[in-house]
Design a protein around this ligand. Sequence first.
Ligand code: ZN
Length: 152
Amino acid sequence: MEVVPAENVQSVVSGNRIVDIDFFIKQTKKLHLHDSTCIMGRKQFQKELKNGVTSVLYYHCDNCEKTITLSFHPKEAKINFDFVWGSTAIGIGKGQAEELFSVCLSPSPRFYRKLENDVERVWEMQHQSETKKVADEERKLAIEVGDIDISL
Ligand SMILES: [Zn+2]
């Protein structure tokens, strides 16, 4: 994970991100809810914690000293895996994916490699499952036409 301190982002968030828009809009309601209960507080953007193509924004309230976090994706989302899966599916590696998504953030080389391994493992499991399904179907058809002696 990479932390972008507030001084490096000029106290406001800028640039492009990949977000689950419905989820993120709901997340921003946390700031409005805080405003309605802590009317004297001023919220200051603190940092962005990046995790691959997703991030969490941290705001600090100078009145109640609470930190409010806004996530771009639900915790259970597998956006980084999906990013690598999509890149692999179209036949591009990390370098090309970075170029394609140069307006957004992409995972670090080490994290990307881990995600590639995850994709490879799932891909292989799906391939084996499909291969077994085809083999079972061929066996069933062969038995039906009498090409296989099942008495052995
Ligand atoms: Zn507050």
